[in-house]
Design a protein around this ligand. Structure first.
Ligand code: ATP
Ligand code: MG
Ligand code: MG
Ligand code: MG
Length: 466
């Protein structure tokens, strides 16, 4: 079953216009990356852009959650359900239908025999504490024992610190008792038995910089369903990474490492982290983001260097990420044509970044291990700074390495060193005024020219309608 296609066709049959995925770098300074399907519609929800005709849309949106409000970077490899890059299927109503239809559509798509056809008794839903209306609507579809109420933490959704938001209602799939926990413990929490598949957001407010809520011009609907999670369920896999979207990547990694992926092996998380990161890094590069010392390009570098370190843990000692791009294109290139056309440029860029980090990673890891042996209760912030400054270990990479060992970092010392360096380089900058001649700048420029995003001419998905 082609779930993406089935979803988009279902909502088109209900009067929704098909809209293509918007870029991963949003036209919105308040957001690091596009983290949900609603991002491209933000101004319509707030009333800053006109309501399109028809006032309904559906999309399959590529998302990155590796920073900002929704950050899943630390979950990757450790939970069965999180990726830094994933696809969110969504249906949207711009002041048109509201809760009743949103719930009825979701129910039909999840349980209907021509659609996902998930067994009714495995579906659970949540609503916001205060939302009797949603509760009563769900009662017409599902037995009351499987409707739960939660507070803001779980059932109030917002894009970021500011922007459209509202109470929400989520749909969960019960993966079976063997995965433990009671619904109260795990829905919206970190358990694995109840897997969240779909969030229906009842968009009613806009949050301003002061944190205050203002009603939107009209109540609207924004939903998001994780494609990878549903694919895994339909393929009978408990772990997203064991579905057909990821297995070819895990297999390709196994070939490079010389040991096939084995879930029960102690190092299996490294395989999953690499499989995840090759997706996010490839898509970001394909869309014109480049490795950089700051901003979005630095987030990209952080993701890449985490992946490289996991390759190192698996025994790899030379560039390998770029060798996984073909496997990714094999899985996703038909739908995302630009991935295919950009694949050579992606590889070139990746390889360069890998060469850079492989130059210093060995010495950095040695320093890290030496400090581990020496330290008493916290990891020295000065060493973390040296790792950052001399060996190219982003702070979050060092933190990730420490987390694996349950060790805390002396972050204050790190920050103090960082501040001092910034002040110093500001002073130097004034002195020479000539950054354009530095090697790094040239390299970035070269990469940028290789990688400029050309847009979506090559996708076979949809046409832009809004
Ligand atoms: P979770 O509680 O599992 O972290 P969420 O509540 O943060 O998910 P939403 O913001 O509600 O997720 O996003 C809508 C849907 O997108 C989710 O129901 C899920 O199916 C999917 N999704 C969210 N984050 C991820 C991720 N990191 N990887 C894969 N799918 C995701
Ligand atoms: Mg989350
Ligand atoms: Mg959740
Ligand atoms: Mg959610």
């Amino acid at each position: 079953m082609d779930i993406r296609k089935s979803f988009l066709e279902y909502f088109q049959s209900k009067g929704h216009k098909l809209v293509e995925s918007s870029p991963l770098v949003p036209d919105d300074p308040t957001l690091l990356f596009t983290n949900a399907g609603m991002v491209q519609f933000k101004n319509i929800f707030t009333g800053d852009a006109p309501v399109p005709n028809p006032p309904r849309a559906t999309s399959s949106q590529t998302c990155i959650r590796a920073g900002g409000k929704h950050n899943d970077l630390d979950n990757v490899g450790y939970t069965a359900r999180h990726h830094t890059f994933f696809e969110m299927l969504g249906n949207f109503s711009f002041g048109d239908y509201f809760k009743k239809e949103a719930i009825a559509y979701a129910w039909e798509f999840v349980t209907g025999s021509e659609y996902l056809a998930l067994p009714v008794e495995k579906i659970w839903v949540t609503v916001h504490d205060s939302d009797d209306e949603a509760y009563d609507l769900w009662k017409t579809h599902i037995s009351e024992e499987r409707i739960m109420r939660f507070g803001d933490k779980d059932n109030f959704w917002q894009m970021g610190d500011t922007g459209p938001c509202g109470p929400c209602s989520e749909i969960f799939y019960d993966q079976g008792e063997e995965h433990f926990n009671s619904p109260e413990d795990v829905m919206g929490g970190e358990g694995d038995r109840f897997l969240e598949i779909w969030n229906l957001v009842f968009m009613q407010y806009e949050r301003d910089e002061k944190g205050e809520l203002h009603p939107l011009p009209k109540p609207s609907i924004d939903t998001g369903m994780g494609l990878e999670r549903v694919v895994a369920i339909k393929e009978g896999k408990f772990n997203n990474y064991h579905s057909s979207l990821f297995m070819p990547l895990l297999d390709a990694i196994g070939k490079l490492v010389g040991k096939p992926y084995d879930y029960d092996a102690p190092n299996s998380a490294s395989y999953r982290v690499i499989a995840d990161h090759v997706r996010s890094v490839s898509f970001l590069l394909a869309q014109g983001v480049n490795f950089d010392k700051e901003g979005r390009g630095y987030v990209l570098r952080r993701i890449m260097r985490r992946a490289i370190r996991h390759g190192y843990l698996l025994g790899l000692r030379e560039p390998f990420m770029y060798k996984l791009v073909d496997a990714l294109v094999e899985v996703m290139g038909d739908h995302y044509g630009y991935l295919k056309t950009k694949s050579e440029a992606i590889k070139t860029s990746m390889k360069l970044e890998e060469e850079r980090f492989f130059d210093t990673i060995e010495a950095g890891i040695k320093l890290f291990n030496q400090e581990l042996e020496k330290m008493t209760d916290t990891f020295n912030g000065e060493v973390a700074f040296k790792l950052y400054d001399t060996f190219g270990f982003p702070l979050d990479l060092t933190e990730d390495m420490l987390r694996e060992k349950g060790i805390k970092l002396d972050i204050d010392t790190f920050n103090a060193k960082m501040e001092a360096q910034k002040a110093q380089s500001k002073a130097n900058w004034k002195g020479t005024g000539d950054a354009a001649t530095s090697g790094d700048f040239k390299q970035l420029k070269e990469q940028f020219e290789v990688n400029e995003f050309v847009g979506y001419e090559t996708t076979e998905t949809t046409t832009k309608v809004l």
